[in-house]
Design a protein around this ligand. Sequence first.
Ligand SMILES: Nc1ncnc2c1ncn2[C@@H]1O[C@H](COP(=O)(O)OP(=O)(O)OP(=O)(O)O)[C@@H](O)[C@H]1O
Ligand SMILES: [Mg+2]
Length: 308
Amino acid sequence: MTDLALRSVGLRKTYRTKGSPPVEALAGVTLEVRSGERVALLGRNGAGKTTFLRIASTLLRPTAGAVEIFGVDVDQHPERVRPYIAVVPQEGKPFFHLTPREQVYTYLRARGLSRETGKARAEAALEAMGLTDFADRLAITLSGGQRQRTMVATVLATEAPFLFLDEPTIGMDPFARRSVWASLRALSRRGSTIMLTTHYLDEADELSERLYIIDRGVVRVSGTSEELKRSVGGTLKVHMPGGAAEIERFRSFGRCVPDGTGLTVIAAPERLGELMGVAVAAHLTATVGPVTLEEAFLNVVGRSIDEE
Ligand SMILES: Nc1ncnc2c1ncn2[C@@H]1O[C@H](COP(=O)(O)OP(=O)(O)OP(=O)(O)O)[C@@H](O)[C@H]1O
Ligand SMILES: [Mg+2]
């Protein structure tokens, strides 16, 4: 094993379907994930996130380039990689004729765990995902969020060294999402490496140590959440209703984004006092808040849309 949990070099995927034009889903993705790291792949619908995860988790073959998991090429030796990974696929569903308890336990047994370990891990994962009350109902009778929790519980219970989760918290209520975050953090503290995708940027911010923004099959930007936020040009946003008419007064403070009659300025904290002085002089009220990952994402991907 190496210190690198995942290494992708020039990964390309072109889908070819008869009767349909080819789709270049990945156009050369190069990235690395250190052992024990939690990373999130972000990107618009169709950016290539699921394609990347499917290739990295041995479910799909690349067109070119390579991915190694713990130093083993996934395309050449999928059978050697599989014991080290577990996957929550996008839009996966539990087996409808199994209960969550059976589903989690059966999966662990299929992965070669003993009865005792299987039982103990299944109970802990069901509990962590708040499924105890539903654990003996057939999956077909569960709500959408309960089914998704079952999928996540199944994979968490493996405690695999590398977990892939494609939109794991989709459809979950805010409490369930937080349970997932807590469980993933606990697993990563114990050494598991985690790669997830999500469209919830608060989740990405909360959970991941490193973010990759993928756009049209390539990595656009990578960094910590703080780095991405700083790349927007400041760490505070100041909103002033009615400020659009006074935009010229604020240009020197940072990026100015008018919205209707209001104005948002992305500014560095050092200049906040000065900015507020200008706002008062212009008879404007201002609310100050932190720049969120959402603004950073819109900024990065928005720029690339402009270039299209
Ligand atoms: N089986 C397939 N056959 C042909 N094209 C596909 C197939 N799966 C995905 N694509 C195309 O490949 C591109 C990348 O899709 P992918 O599912 O990787 O995106 P994604 O980033 O996961 O999007 P989302 O956020 O919507 O889940 C898209 O243009 C998609 O239409
Ligand atoms: Mg996807």
